[in-house]
Design a protein around this ligand. Structure first.
Ligand SMILES: [Zn+2]
Length: 968
């Protein structure tokens, strides 16, 4: 599943920020013993590649052998009610009350539906699901026939059902005593007269009615306008726990089954599902069409999907004969906005098939671009659904960052066709497996598509490693693998910790296991042992299992401080929790860097001999930032490193230059380092020619900007930033908008330069460079007077936002008008964001109200509008107040999509930094915190941190800026 992130370069009144947030959770001890079932072909294929090894490891951790016991019996064939099964043995599933109940009373008293997990006595094998969809009144009626296998004798059938009404149940040979809903757990309970017998198959039939919801979950509707006519479509979003809103089912990922779907609807619509249409009939009486879709492979309920729409499509075929279609609004298809995604999907399917050595297993893959969706995308097997902004690309008007973000979402979702669809976590607490791996492959896959973007080597550092460490450093962070009990816990595991920390650690494992070409599909401890043995044979005595548990079960990351003891020895101090840290260290001076050595740090204090050092030798730790930890040094070493950067930055690798910046600012922010050290460090930026260190610096500076921009001495800070930016900004200049740019603004060789140029223009305009402002105003004026948009696509968002913030109300109205008339999704997005950049609180207020109460702004963009108003210093109080005033409405609308709610809460609170705002937040939590999940405690921690920084460090920070000491 793809999370909705704002674009990495999104402006806030000219200031770029990226969304950073995660959920908090209490650390609980948990068991680590897990087993595995693996798709056979996958197992075979995985033997061949080393990364694959890791994947299987992952699988090993999650997939439960308990299920294997059930699955293993499939061979025996069916008899039973429909006949009795040959073999014996009682496969116990998690949460199941395994023993057969001797007395009915005991079981009745136990009331298995009161448990938040399904009892596990029954296992669905196949669903026949038939739905009639009424688009005129947004309802549907269905009947589902579920073939069940009894695992343990029981008198109760407990399954999930939510929002499904008028249920009717009959059970064939089973005699039903009574049935009733149990809404607290979104369950439906059928009580039978007689016990079901283990090893037998039964059939349960349910008819039901339900609404096609106006919210973003379950089977829901949305709309778009085509030639002034409003058109509707209806689509599903079942992950993680919303299949139960569309039909009664066993809605936990472990209950994999096959599905045969039939959809009946008005013939003006098309219908789609995971599988192709097998047969289609037209009814004589009403002319309605009935589509029978082919039976799916065994899969979890949350991957089932269907859509009813009147989209058109373009298609292509892979070499192995898989048909890929991209479905979207007819105007988007005819304008070619889907061509790019279709093209890269075709390449990616081939790439992943080779990489994983497993064929894509369905006959087709549809990509559906919908106007409204709670996530960036969802990887339903054979029918992936994307929000338009993450799949439609109008090449002439899209920026490079838009294209990059879109590319990575597509790469991520296509990866899920293997990781997730084929191999599924047993339960949601291990969702990190599929999401972490898919996120890691975003970089691998994008690197395959566009080697010159240098994604894997470079952007990974700033966009994954630096970002997740920012979150993971909070005490409200959580271990990668976290316990999930309640349905409401589930959304919070889909967060950046799950996505990014795992992929950050994969980089490390990949490096360290690259010699091993074997794997195990047994318990993960076996696998760890084999890895450890292999490493031992290389002379490295490491207990991998112990190490990996520390990384996945502990939250946070280690900080290592390197202190020079004598001219040959260093002391290593390991802060925080118990870790084993693979620290690489190198010595260097003005002309050379010696080759690195590896030290495994296990203890809180360790002394190591490192080689001969003189007064000009500096030490550098975590070479190329491949390890998931921060490194601090004694002040003298920092001074030498900074001097080196000023004199000749190229001696230190580009990854380490970015890493030093990120470490220094974060260590200073947490009080581990004097504030002046990080500021002095970026004094070398005029010498910096690479994108990555600039990117790391701007991320750090925007973080500080949030803290400082309402302080009296703010100009000291902004002037200092502008001083660092000026020379490189003037040298690199603005992009030209010549014909050479058209259609391929990002591609290939110039990518890094264009990104650097964009970063510099954004910094310059955000922090108030006069020339930058003038240039933006000239562009906007030209657009208004000529009605021709000649602004280079790559910097349009910066120009729009700067123009709106500097120019008068007419410009705002002009942009508002363009927002309505534009059909290109990327353009619409940045026009809407630009509207939030105004200094005029009346206009901002108008925008907020229009967003929430009219349908002028798409529903999922409303949250972004509020967050972006909050990023504008002139709009902060407004957004914060608006959020609290409208909390009831917002919570009702987005509350269930916890992810959106968390994004909103994080977005409107991250800039709060005064005592007054802190108490307002506490008050708000007290009065309305119920139902908001863990986002509020996390927000509180961030705001407390902000207030603490002001109390402890602001004075020192400004003192340094008033009188920066000379170097050396
Ligand atoms: Zn995903």
């Amino acid at each position: 599943m793809g999370l909705n992130d704002s674009s990495p370069g999104a402006m806030r009144n000219g200031r770029g920020l990226s969304d950073q947030w995660a959920e908090s959770v209490v650390v609980r001890p948990r068991t680590t013993e897990r087993h595995i079932t693996v798709h056979k072909r996958l197992v075979l294929g995985f033997a061949l590649s080393i990364l694959t090894l890791i994947i299987v490891t992952a699988v090993a951790v999650v997939l439960s052998v308990r299920f294997e016991e059930c699955g293993g019996r499939d061979r025996d064939g069916m008899t039973g009610e429909l006949g009795s099964r040959g073999s014996s043995g009682s496969g116990k599933m998690n949460g199941s009350r395994g023993e057969r109940m001797g007395e009915r009373g005991d079981e009745e008293a136990a009331q298995p539906w009161r448990n938040s997990r399904l009892p596990g006595s029954l296992r669905p094998r196949h669903y026949d699901l038939r739905l009639a969809v009424y688009m005129d009144n947004f309802t549907f009626s269905g009947d589902v026939s579920i073939e069940l296998e009894c695992v343990n004798a029981t008198r109760f059938i407990v399954l999930h059902s939510d929002l499904v009404e008028k249920i009717n149940i009959w059970g064939g040979a089973m005699r039903i005593h009574r049935h009733f809903p149990f809404p607290a757990n979104q369950m439906y309970v059928v009580v039978l007269h007689r016990e079901l017998k283990p090893m037998r198959l039964y059939r349960l039939n349910i008819t039901f009615d339900a609404a096609i919801e106006d919210e973003l979950l379950g089977f829901f509707r949305s709309s778009y306008t085509l030639q002034r006519e409003k058109r509707y479509l209806a689509v599903t979003q079942f992950s993680p726990i919303h299949a139960r809103k569309a039909f009664p089912c066993f809605d936990e990922p472990i209950y994999k089954a096959t599905f045969s779907l039939t959809l009946r609807h008005d013939p003006q619509y098309t219908s789609l599902s995971n599988m192709p249409v097998e047969s289609s009939t037209l009814a004589d009486e009403d002319g309605w069409v009935t589509n029978h879709f082919a039976r799916t492979p065994r899969m979890s309920t949350y991957y089932l999907a269907w859509a009813v729409c009147n989209f058109t499509y373009k298609e292509t075929q892979t070499d192995s004969g898989v048909t890929i279609r991209l479905y979207a609004r007819p105007d988007a298809i005819s304008s070619g906005a889907g061509d790019y995604a279709l093209h890269i999907t075709k390449r990616l399917l081939g790439f992943y098939q080779d990489y994983f050595k497993v064929q894509y297993s369905l006959p087709k893959l549809d990509l559906l671009a919908v106007p409204k969706h709670p996530y960036a995308a969802m990887e339903n097997w054979g029918l992936s659904v994307f929000v338009e902004q993450k799949i439609l690309l109008d090449a002439e008007v899209s920026s490079s960052s838009y294209q990059m973000e879109l590319t990575m979402v597509v790469v991520h979702e296509i990866c899920h066709q293997w990781f997730g669809d084929l191999v599924t976590p047993v339960w949601w607490e291990d969702v990190w497996l599929k999401e972490g791996f898919a996120h890691f492959f975003e970089y691998v896959g994008t690197d395959f598509l566009f080697p010159k973007w240098n994604m894997e080597k470079q952007r990974f550092l700033t966009d994954v490693l630096h970002e997740v460490m920012l979150l993971d450093g909070l005490s409200s962070s959580h271990p990668i693998s976290q316990e999930v009990q309640q349905a409401t816990d589930i959304d919070r595991v889909f967060d950046w910790i799950a996505y990014k920390k795992v992929s950050a650690e994969l980089v490390f494992i990949q490096k360290d296991t690259s010699q091993i070409h074997m794997y195990s599909n047994a318990a993960r401890d076996d696998l760890w042992n084999k890895l450890s043995q292999a490493m031992r044979s290389e002379g490295r005595d490491i207990n991998i299992g112990e190490m990996m548990d520390r990384w996945t079960l502990q939250m946070g990351y280690p900080i290592i401080t390197i202190i020079l003891l004598t001219i040959t020895d260093i002391v290593l101090l390991l802060h925080s929790l118990q870790w084993q840290v693979p620290l690489t260290v190198a010595l260097g001076n003005a002309s050379t860097v010696c080759s690195e050595s590896l030290i495994w740090v296990n203890n809180k204090t360790e002394t190591h001999r490192i080689g001969e050092m003189d007064d000009n030798t500096w030490l550098l730790g975590n070479i190329n930032q491949t390890g998931y930890f921060r490194v601090n040094y004694d002040l003298q070493n920092w001074k030498l490193l900074i001097q080196q950067l000023h004199n000749n930055p190229q001696i230190i690798s580009v990854g380490n230059r970015a890493g030093l910046i990120d470490d220094a600012f974060n260590l200073a922010r947490a009080g581990y380092l004097p504030q002046g050290v990080s500021l002095q460090l970026i004094g070398y930026l005029p010498e910096e020619t690479s994108f990555l260190p600039w990117h790391a610096a701007s991320r750090a500076l925007y973080q500080l900007d949030k803290l400082l921009d309402r302080t009296d001495e703010y100009s000291l800070f902004s002037d200092y930033v502008l001083k660092q930016v000026a020379s490189r900004y003037h040298q690199i200049g603005w992009p030209t908008n010549g014909p050479s740019n058209e259609g391929s603004n990002v591609l290939q060789a110039s990518y890094q330069t264009e990104e650097l140029q964009r970063e510099l223009i954004m910094l310059a305009c955000s922090f108030g460079n006069k020339q930058c402002h003038r240039q933006a105003v000239v562009y906007i004026s030209d657009w208004i007077s000529s009605n021709k948009n000649r602004i280079p696509p790559n910097i349009r968002d910066i120009v729009y936002c700067t123009g709106v913030s500097l120019m008068d109300e007419d410009v705002w109205e002009f942009i508002w008008m363009k927002f309505h008339s534009s059909t290109a999704v990327s353009e619409k997005k940045i026009l809407l964001e630009a509207l939030t950049c105004s200094d005029n609180t009346f206009l901002l207020n108008r925008l907020l109200n229009l967003s929430l109460t009219s349908d002028l702004v798409p529903e999922q963009d409303v949250i972004d509008v509020i967050i972006h108003v909050g990023r504008n210093p002139q709009g902060r109080n407004l957004a914060w107040k608006y959020f609290r005033d409208k909390w009831d409405v917002l919570n009702a609308r987005y509350g269930e999509a916890l992810f959106m709610n968390s994004k909103l809460i994080g977005g409107v609170t991250e800039f709060l930094n005064t005592e007054k705002e802190l108490s307002e937040l506490k008050e708000f939590i007290q009065s309305s915190g119920v139902g908001a999940g863990p986002a509020l405690p996390r927000a509180l921690e961030i705001v407390e941190g902000n207030v603490r920084w002001h109390r402890l460090h602001r004075r020192q920070f400004y003192q340094w800026l008033r009188k920066p000491p000379a170097l050396g």
